[in-house]
Design a binder for this molecule. Sequence first.
Ligand code: C2E
Ligand code: MG
Ligand code: MG
Ligand code: MG
Length: 292
Amino acid sequence: AAKRAGPGSLAFYTPEMTVSSANRLQLLQQLRQALQEDEFVLHYQPKIDLATATIIGGEALIRWRRPDGAMISPGDFIPLVETTDLVHPVGQWVLRTALHQMRIWSAASLPPQQVSINIAGPQFASETLPDEIAAMLAETGIAPHLFQIELLESLLLDDPEKARRQLIAIRKLGVTVALDDFGTGYSSLAYLSGFPVDILKIDRSFVNNLAEDAGNLAIIRATIAMAHGLGIRVVAEGVETDAQIALLHRLGCDLVQGYRTGRPMPAGDFARLIAADPVTMLPPALIKLTTQ
Ligand code: C2E
Ligand code: MG
Ligand code: MG
Ligand code: MG
């Protein structure tokens, strides 16, 4: 291997790397084709308001349905997409598909849902993003306050002044902004308070062992207190147990999203779910607890 190579040998070029860059090229080719052949799909994961115990909307999450029927999760292709020029067409596809889906639900007179999409770094950095969102809102007639974008906090840090301008332009449309996977970056909430955002999504690594880990409990409690002090609402991600829901409610968390209250699902399943109004996906024992 290259690491053990002696002087004069071709360091850094290992057989494994050759294979993996060939794989990378092949995967990229397949992803371009996937876009052309319309092989991407969005699934929607419910977000539940703990104050009313009802679904208020969902997060759109991309999947790749291969011609052989295999469903590929975003973790296996989005990192590659985000480092290539595919990031723009894929991002535009997500924006268009989510808003057109909302249009379909609205035309079917389903209760209005707030839908969020994930925005990649290069997409957020693009000067044209606010106009693209505005154009798609106009095309579909969706009320801007029902639409939300999710960003990693790291996207704000490269060029904070540019990020702030971009956030202002997007929020001016009436669209809301959520900071995704909050707590996994290195920035403090105090620093982030300089950016206009509407929602913090506490990363699931803090929620995981919330009931057992006093440290994570303290972090979540402090995050909620500071966020509320700044007028920011809080979503807990990755909620998997009733104990977590009960605790998060006690801590004043506004919304939950996780396998316990609904996995990401195809648009048709999500529509059936929200067709009943008002609808809850909270475990029955917790409905009373949260709404009393
Ligand atoms: P994310 O935006 O933080 O999305 C939440 C992820 O956590 C989703 O994984 C979701 O299925 C998963 N999750 C939700 N509840 C639970 C739970 O209770 N337990 C556990 N263990 N996991 C839970 P998914 O769909 O595989 O997406 C992974 C990441 O891929 C997303 O993280 C997001 O960063 C990225 N991604 C997904 N869709 C898009 C997209 O359309 N565009 C871009 N740029 N990135 C996307
Ligand atoms: Mg997200
Ligand atoms: Mg997240
Ligand atoms: Mg994530």
